[in-house]
Ligand binder design. Structure first.
Ligand SMILES: [Zn+2]
Length: 109
């Protein structure tokens, strides 16, 4: 179901051709790919499809695009533990330990 705001934007688009292309840009993808790095040694741990806004708190396993770790939630290069395994509902995820990683690709406009 399109939201009211979306319908309003679509309606406005008839008056202004710019609106729709803006809308596509904003809603065409619900996630972006970010890189998750070890805060200690900068090793690339994951590439991840992040949805929603706000900071990275957890990684759903199904959204990890590229996993460069050994799957033990430790940095393969410096052995720092950066996340803890957690079930969210019935989906396995990694809860990020704050300060142990940094992300790239979180740019906003
Ligand atoms: Zn590391």
């Amino acid at each position: 179901m399109p939201s009211k705001a979306l319908l309003l934007l679509l309606k406005n688009d008839r008056q202004n051709g710019q609106t729709l292309s803006f809308l596509k840009m904003k809603h065409g993808r619900n996630f972006r790919t970010i890189s998750i790095h070890c805060a200690k040694c900068q090793f690339l741990l994951y590439k991840y499809h992040k949805g929603g806004r706000g900071g990275l708190v957890k990684c759903l396993l199904e959204r990890i695009v590229e996993d460069r770790t050994r799957g033990d939630l430790k940095c393969p290069q410096c052995d720092q533990e950066f996340a803890r395994f957690q079930m969210i509902g019935n989906r396995p995820s990694h809860k990020i330990i704050q300060g142990k990683v940094f992300t790239k690709g979180m740019r906003r406009k």
